[in-house]
Design a protein around this ligand. Structure first.
Ligand code: SAH
Length: 256
């Protein structure tokens, strides 16, 4: 890779893209869990509109596309992910009503009240759970739904090592009652809150382990890559050690 003219930030993004683009999903999740969450959403018709924010290459978006008749817009900051998203939509013959656009979740190019459903798997942490719930609410119709996944503490207390790790990476990580209270305070009826199965992480980390091997070979001797890979490995190790204390949750709310 020729990175002479790139900033370190752009270079890092390209590495991450290279690592994650060859997978169906870029975060923990599965088609079964997407479908289960979709089961809580009432009243979708072919006139309904869905936004999938931080859609990546669209693993979950295509599941929504195949299991609803709605128009769906996927948004991601990353051009390459959106290109792959639109190719995936074409492969699945969903391109007429499932489209990916480049955009920023902090400044979405949507109209007020445009959507019946806002979806976001493994991505709302980029803006922060509470801020995302508050800022995206205006894009929903009255009675519209929001469905997001979010890393959450399962217990009131936890060992210092894992507390410090997540506190540094994502200070907004919090307990289930606190997250539900934030959802309610933001103006949603908390319709469903449940824990995603451990396998969404173990599958994700198993895939990462396999990918890391070929990746390290490809970029052998590159310090940035080695650090990137080491940080992912550490996150996975902590997960296996402390999975009783945290995990991904689905939070589904209805705009009231
Ligand atoms: N929802 C997908 C991708 C999750 S990874 C899945 O579950 O597989 C998180 C995604 O959020 C990445 O694709 C990343 O490019 C995107 N992202 C990060 N910051 C963003 C922002 N400010 N606006 C929109 N997308 C963003």
């Amino acid at each position: 890779m020729n990175n002479e003219k790139q900033t370190i930030h752009e270079f890092d993004l390209n590495i991450i893209y290279d690592f994650f683009s060859k997978t169906e999903r870029q975060g923990p999740g599965s088609p079964e869990e997407t479908l289960k969450a979709l089961g809580f959403i009432d009243g979708l018709t072919e006139k309904s509109k869905i936004a999938d924010i931080g859609c990546g290459t669209g693993g979950q978006t295509m599941v929504l596309g195949e299991n609803t008749s709605c128009e769906i817009i996927g948004v991601d900051t990353w051009h390459d992910f959106i290109n792959q998203f639109n190719q995936n939509a074409q492969i699945k013959n969903l391109q007429d009503r499932v489209k990916g656009i480049v955009g920023n979740m902090e400044n979405l190019p949507f109209q007020e009240g445009e959507f019946d459903l806002i979806w976001s798997e493994g991505a709302i942490y980029n803006i922060g759970f509470e801020r995302g719930l508050n800022e995206w609410r205006k894009f929903l119709k009255q009675g519209g739904y929001i469905a997001v996944t979010e890393n959450t503490w399962f217990t009131e207390e936890r060992p210092a090592e894992i507390q410090e790790f997540w506190q540094k990476i994502y200070p907004e990580i919090d307990t289930i009652p606190n997250k539900v209270a934030q959802m309610q305070k933001a103006g949603y009826l908390p319709v469903a809150t449940y824990v995603l199965p451990e396998t969404i992480w173990t599958d994700y980390y198993t895939w990462q382990t396999l990918r890391r091997e070929s990746f390290l070979k490809k970029y052998s001797g590159n310090n940035t890559i080695e650090e990137f890979v080491a940080s992912m490995r550490y996150e996975a190790e902590l997960f296996y050690k402390y999975k009783a204390y945290y995990g991904y949750m689905f939070y589904i709310g209805k705009k009231i």
